[in-house]
Design a protein around this ligand. Sequence first.
Ligand code: PBG
Length: 346
Amino acid sequence: MTHPNRETGPREAAELIRRPRRLRTSPAMRDLVAEYRLHPEDLIQVLFVRDGIEEPAEISSMPGQYQHTLASVLEAVRRAEAAGVRCVDLFGVPREEDKDADGSAAWHPEGILNRAIRAIREEFGDRLVIMADTCLDEFTDHGHCGPLTTDPKGRTVVDNDASVALYRRMAVSQAEAGAHVVSPSGMMDGQIAGIREALDAAGFADVSVMAYSAKYASAFFGPFRDAVGSSLTGDRKTYQQDPANRRESLLEARLDVEEGADMVMVKPALAYLDILREVAEESPVPVAAYHVSGEYAMIEAAAANGWVDRERIVLESLTSIRRAGADMILTYYATEVAEWLRDGRR
Ligand code: PBG
């Protein structure tokens, strides 16, 4: 069908009552009618802290991101707070010799992640929400998210219930260290219920659980494996979701809420905005999305080549994640974007 104006021509163009372009005529007008905005308060800065290093080490596949020392992670948290970020999410990278089959450095009070949580809580108290990753893969010598076992058919598998038992200890140790939020990312069945029960039994009824509800077995996690010095060979396809599936995410999110999740998350973000939208429409609890390492690395690589406008593409990506339904976004860009927003850019 041809548009009526095509036939009548510009002379009769005034008959066109609806001209959506009117609301795009100036920056002020566009700001006025913008439906979604980024706020520093909705951005969660993801940080890595590594044991046994003297200086922060830049992550080669994530230029601009670091494996921090205890001193430099505090510096990074100060910068995040100054920019208006209200939450940091911490991952620990243990020394190679501290890895074992169960990942015991994960719940040791002197494990690197717990030391970092404690130091940050000491300095920042309740001014910032301290979120900790509650998963064993950084700490196991095989790189899986829980201990391995042999099933009745002789296959090596990640032991679901044994993993949850260890997550319970890890979550309690993180709460003891001062985490306000624990965030189990291992995709084991029943992990939220197990952790909730353990936290409550240890007197941490106030510590919240952010569930990685819909987490896909994704190639977008590639650079993260460098970031945490992962020992993984193989994949996580028997516990993380198949990218081909949609309904499963609704089930996962629903189960997590039933098990007591205070917040749910979808991960990765951009390739899963449909999932994010659906989870956000159903969820009775706040919804997060995780703009992951591969999403960061792709932007950085393209920007370094001058192929895309880095700042615009970062803001567009994060705004689209908000538009799809995320209340908050975990991202490696949080502090930087918060600084841009503070300077009036968006
Ligand atoms: C594992 C974990 C991963 C990420 C967060 N937690 C990696 C994985 O599941 O393989 C990925 C984060 C990112 O890619 O930015 N506990």
